[in-house]
Design a protein around this ligand. Sequence first.
Ligand code: NAD
Length: 289
Amino acid sequence: MAAELIEGGPIADGIKEKARADIQALGRAPKLVGVLASDNPGAKYYAKSQEKACKEVGIEYALHELDPNSSQADLASHIAGINADDSITGVILLVPVPDGVNARQVQQAIAPDKDVEGVHPANIGKLFYGDFSLPPCTAHAVVAMLEHANVDLKGKETVVIGHSEIVGKPTVVMLLQSLMESPTVTCCHIATADLAFHTQRAEVLIVAAGKAGLVTGDMVKEGAVIIDVGINRVRVEVEGKKKTKIVGDVEFEAAREKASLITPVPGGVGLVTTAMLLRNTVECARRQA
Ligand code: NAD
């Protein structure tokens, strides 16, 4: 029987509804600033979609466009200005950054209470102690989707594919939050020798590698819960014409035949991640109120 879908839309709507109510309670609209030092069309598109999402819940958004040839010092001094500006409650650094600029160092210059992405070491560090007030958005989205689908994680063989600082590692840490009710978590990555060995015994499988088709149907355990974080653009032929399609890291149709629950791509984790960004933006504003 085909797996049921864990759709991102209704979960994202619930998070946005709460963000709206929290803004009402704050009595002041948060203001998020996107810092862009690039001509990259993808980054500009991402900034536009951030602006649209912010508007939906009543968050002000401004894009600060810097010279695409900005240096590390230029970006650091711009961030310092934002940190000192009380009218700005949150900031997000848009990538790519100019050649020679270390994006992580720029992100670390953001005041922890304005770090809407939850990537500052102060916020990441708190995750280790179970303080999830400002977590990285995608990891938070993954955990929220499992929670929403009432997946009992206690002692479950759970495999996370991907160990990036922004997705894989914080997901592992968040899954291990409970002393008594945590799943047994295995983290696989590019150096994992036999990926199928791990996935085939995963009762919960979270895939965040950025490789279309990485997880095939035969790699999925019967009845597994699958959260597909991957976002990949692939070229496909539809009625003789080449088209771009967004797919995850999991071969959806084949995996759906074996899983019990699965997230679609698009329409899954991505929608919840965006909602979590809004949630974090409200949390930052609350801290500064
Ligand atoms: P990344 O490139 O920083 O990390 C990729 C991770 O996957 C690494 O840990 C790497 O070791 C692992 N990996 C790569 N190839 C592998 C393989 N063949 N076998 C096993 N492990 C492998 O990427 P990221 O920023 O963590 O993002 C991962 C994916 O998630 C990308 O497709 C990205 O677009 C997507 N993403 C989605 C959302 C969302 O909201 N849905 C948010 C962030 C990232």
